[in-house]
Ligand binder design. Structure first.
Ligand code: B1M
Length: 214
């Protein structure tokens, strides 16, 4: 197997045995940590999603895959680029109510934190009232919402409405597999007073956050 096939394989198999050695080989070859995540590791995760969809994997096995992915991201994290810039602002992150997927959100946290943002990560399955309360307490410059389920896209509309009702109009950054730019513009934006921006991936999220701070 090639290195990339092995790296995808650790995610699909949900194992860590050999993972760190191969990640180190990839780093030694000069590959960027994020390219490793977005390349072979995401290929593995997509395969996990496909197999799960076909009933060829059970939730417990997908959890193992998630553990491998988290371990890989943790191993790569110290090698990720950081910027020396002064503090840029505060971003509050949450996976919306009803959704427990957090690998993408936590990747966004790492990338933003490495690039000068202060992060308040509220975790998974976060209700609107918790967001409202935390937003009042932490006064973030940006609220970042993540969600991977189809119903999470709808939940983001409800969340935006609840934030608006609480008189919050901090810019919102949304991302996650079930979302699209179109849904964001036609459904979430009209439900909110402030700006709502769609991020296609974690790096795009950083770009948008950077632009919001200038
Ligand atoms: Co679930 N799951 N899962 N799952 N899972 C999906 C999302 C699914 C597509 C799999 C499938 O059927 N093919 C499917 C959703 C179907 C749908 O609604 N369309 C699904 C399902 C059905 C479920 C359950 C309902 C299964 C069940 O119980 N029967 C259940 C739901 C639980 C719940 O949330 N209430 C469930 C549970 C789980 C596990 C707990 C086992 C595990 C999650 C573990 C964890 O996160 N700690 C899990 C996993 C791992 C997946 C897949 C396989 C992988 C997700 C992932 O981590 N990807 C996923 C299939 C897939 O995506 N291929 C699937 C890697 C990660 C880096 O990517 O999170 O997309 P992602 O983040 C990306 C971008 O989306 C973006 O940036 C990242 C990349 O740079 N991004 C942002 C994300 N958030 C952002 C926020 C931003 C900016 C960018 O700004 C704020």
């Amino acid at each position: 197997l090639t290195l990339d096939e092995r790296l995808s394989g650790y995610i699909v198999e949900g194992t860590k045995q050999g993972l760190y050695d191969d990640l180190q080989i990839a780093l030694d070859e000069g590959r960027k940590p994020l390219d490793i995540v977005n390349g072979p590791l995401m290929t593995g995760m997509d395969e996990v999603g496909r197999l799960f969809n076909n009933n060829e994997l059970i939730v417990a096995e997908v959890l193992q895959s998630a553990e491998s992915m988290k371990a890989a991201v943790s191993y790569l994290e110290p090698h990720m680029e950081t910027s020396e810039v002064s503090k840029k602002g505060k971003v509050m992150l949450a996976t919306v109510k009803g959704d427990v997927h957090d690998i993408g959100k936590n990747l966004v946290e790492i990338i933003l934190a490495n690039n000068g943002f202060d992060i308040v990560n509220l975790g998974i399955n976060v209700r609107s009232d918790q967001l409202v309360q935390q937003a009042k307490e932490h006064k973030p410059d940006i609220i970042g919402l993540s969600g991977l389920l189809v119903k999470s896209a709808q939940q983001m509309v409800l969340t935006a409405e609840d934030l608006k009702a609480a008189d919050i109009h901090i810019p919102i950054l949304v991302g996650g597999a079930a979302l699209t730019r179109k849904f964001t513009e036609t459904r979430i934006s009209p439900s909110y007073e402030g700006l709502v921006l769609y991020a296609s991936d974690a790096m795009n999220g950083l770009d948008l956050a950077n632009r919001l701070q200038h």
